[in-house]
Design a binder for this molecule. Structure first.
Ligand SMILES: *Cc1c(COP(=O)(O)O)cnc(C)c1O
Length: 405
C-alpha cells in the first residue's frame, strides 16, 4: 500500500472511508494519482467541483486576488462582497444574503434566522419554535443539524441534541401538512436528497409544499447546497417546479471548486431578523472568497453550465437505463446528479465503485446500495461515452462472475 495512505491513515482521524487512491493533480474533469494514472472524476468532490478542476478563469482570478486582498473580516467593508452578494441575489430572486464558508454553517444560519423570525415576526412563544425536516435528509454535521438527522450513525454518541426539530417522510405532502402546527417556523428541504441516495420526490411535491407553507405562515427553506448552481439541469433545482422559497442555502460549487464558500439567502423580512452581533463568521464573505464566488457564478451563467448539465445528464441517464442487468434496480436523478441503485442481494455499491476506480473512473457510493455519479458540469460527451462503456463493462463482469459461481 502507498506510503501516503499509511501516513494519512496514521495521522488523520478515520472519519472517512476513502477509496485507495492518492491524488496529486487535476485538470478539467480529470484527476491523476501519484503513479501518474489518469481518472475521470465522476464525483467532483460531492458537487463542489461543478466548474471542473483548475478552471482557467478561476485560477487566474485567485492568483490576482491573493496578492491584492484576502482576509480582513467583516469588521470592514470590501470592494468584493457587495458585487458578489448582489449577483447571487439577482440570480436566485432573493433580497439579501449572509455569507458563510461551509454548507453546514449556512444551514445553521438558516435555522437561526427561521427561529428568530418565528419569535419576532410570527409570534411563537419563546423557545417553542419547531423546524420540520425530512427523513433521509442531509444538511451537514453540526450538533444542531445532526439533531434533525434520521441516520442513526450521524447521531450515535453525540447527544444530547437541541430540541425543536420534527421529521416527516420525504415526498409525502400529507405528512407535511399533519406536522405543521402554530409553533412551526420553517420547512427545511432538499429539492433532491443527495446524501440520502439521490432521491427525487414526486412531481409537484415542492410546489405543494410551497403552497402549504404560504397557507400556514411557515417559511419554506430550500437547501440547495448540492442541488443548486446547475447540478440538476437548472440554475436552482426549485426552478423545475417554479418554487420561490423564503430562504435558500447555497454552498459547495459556489466556491468554484477552490474555496469553501456558502451563503444563506432570504427575503428581506426574514433576513431583517439579524442585527449586528447576532451571528457571524471570521472568514465568511472574505474578499478572496467573494471574488471567487462571483467569478464562479459568472462562469456558470456565461458557459451555460445548467443547460449542459441538463443535456449531458439526460444523455447519461438514458444510456444507463438501457443497461439490462438484474444488478441495477433503478437509475434516478436529474441533470448530472444521478444515482444507480444496486440490488443489495447481488452486490454492494462499494464493490462497483472500486471496480470502476480500477478502470480509471472515480465515483462514490452513498449508503450501501447507491452509486453516485455527479461529474463536473463541463464534462464532454466523449468523456461521458467513455464512462458509459466502463460502467457497462463492470456491470457485465459482475453479472458474469455471479452466473459462473
Ligand atoms: C454537503 C451538504 C451540506 C453540508 O455542506 P458542508 O460544506 O459539508 O458543511 C448541507 N446540505 C446539503 C444538501 C449538502 O449536500
Amino acid at each position: 500500500m502507498s506510503k501516503r495512505i499509511d501516513l494519512e491513515a496514521r495521522y488523520c482521524a478515520s472519519n472517512y472511508h476513502p477509496l485507495p487512491v492518492v491524488l496529486t493533480r487535476a485538470e478539467g474533469a480529470h484527476v491523476w494519482d501519484e503513479s501518474g494514472k489518469k481518472y475521470l472524476d465522476m464525483m467532483s468532490a460531492y458537487s463542489a467541483v461543478s466548474h471542473g478542476h483548475a478552471h482557467e478563469r478561476l485560477v487566474k482570478l485567485v492568483q490576482e486576488q491573493v496578492e491584492r486582498l484576502c482576509v480582513v473580516s467583516r469588521a470592514y467593508y470590501t470592494d468584493k462582497l457587495g458585487p458578489f452578494l448582489e449577483r447571487a441575489c439577482t440570480l436566485t430572486g432573493q433580497d439579501m444574503a449572509l455569507p458563510m464558508n461551509t454548507g453546514a454553517e449556512a444551514v445553521e444560519t438558516a435555522i437561526k434566522a427561521a427561529r428568530k423570525w418565528a419569535y419576532t415576526v410570527k409570534g411563537v412563544e419563546t423557545d417553542k419554535a419547531e423546524i420540520i425536516a425530512c427523513r433521509g435528509n442531509f444538511h451537514g454535521r453540526t450538533i444542531a443539524i445532526v439533531a434533525m438527522s434520521s441516520e442513526p450513525q450521524y447521531q450515535f454518541g453525540f447527544g444530547p441534541f437541541p430540541p425543536g426539530f420534527c421529521l416527516v417522510e420525504y415526498g409525502n405532502i400529507d405528512a407535511l401538512e399533519a406536522a405543521i402546527n402554530e409553533n412551526t417556523a420553517a420547512f427545511l428541504v432538499e429539492p433532491i436528497q443527495g446524501e440520502g441516495g439521490i432521491v427525487v420526490p414526486p412531481d409537484g411535491y415542492l410546489k405543494a409544499a410551497e403552497e402549504l407553507c404560504r397557507k400556514h405562515n411557515v417559511l419554506l427553506i430550500a437547501d440547495e447546497v448540492q442541488t443548486g448552481l446547475g447540478r440538476t439541469g437548472k440554475f436552482l433545482a426549485i426552478e423545475h417546479e417554479d418554487v420561490h422559497p423564503d430562504g435558500l442555502i447555497l454552498g459547495k460549487a459556489l466556491g468554484g471548486g477552490i474555496l469553501p464558500v456558502s451563503m444563506f439567502l432570504a427575503r428581506r423580512e426574514l433576513m431583517a431578523v439579524f442585527t449586528p452581533g447576532d451571528h457571524g463568521s471570521t472568514f465568511g464573505g472574505n474578499p478572496l472568497a467573494a471574488a471567487v464566488g462571483l467569478e464562479a457564478l459568472n462562469i456558470l451563467i456565461e458557459d451555460e453550465l445548467p443547460a449542459k448539465s441538463a443535456a449531458m445528464g439526460e444523455y447519461l441517464m438514458t444510456a444507463l437505463r438501457e443497461i439490462d442487468s438484474p444488478l441495477i434496480r433503478e437509475v434516478r436523478g436529474r441533470g448530472l446528479f444521478i444515482g444507480i441503485e444496486i440490488d443489495s442481494a447481488l452486490s454492494t455499491a462499494r464493490a462497483i465503485v472500486e471496480a470502476l476506480m480500477e478502470r480509471g473512473l472515480l465515483s462514490k457510493e452513498t449508503h450501501a446500495t447507491v452509486v453516485r455519479l455527479a461529474p463536473p458540469l463541463i464534462i464532454s460527451q466523449a468523456e461521458i461515452d467513455w464512462a458509459i462503456l466502463q460502467i457497462r463493462e463492470v456491470i457485465d463482469e459482475f453479472d458474469r462472475l455471479r452466473l459462473a459461481s
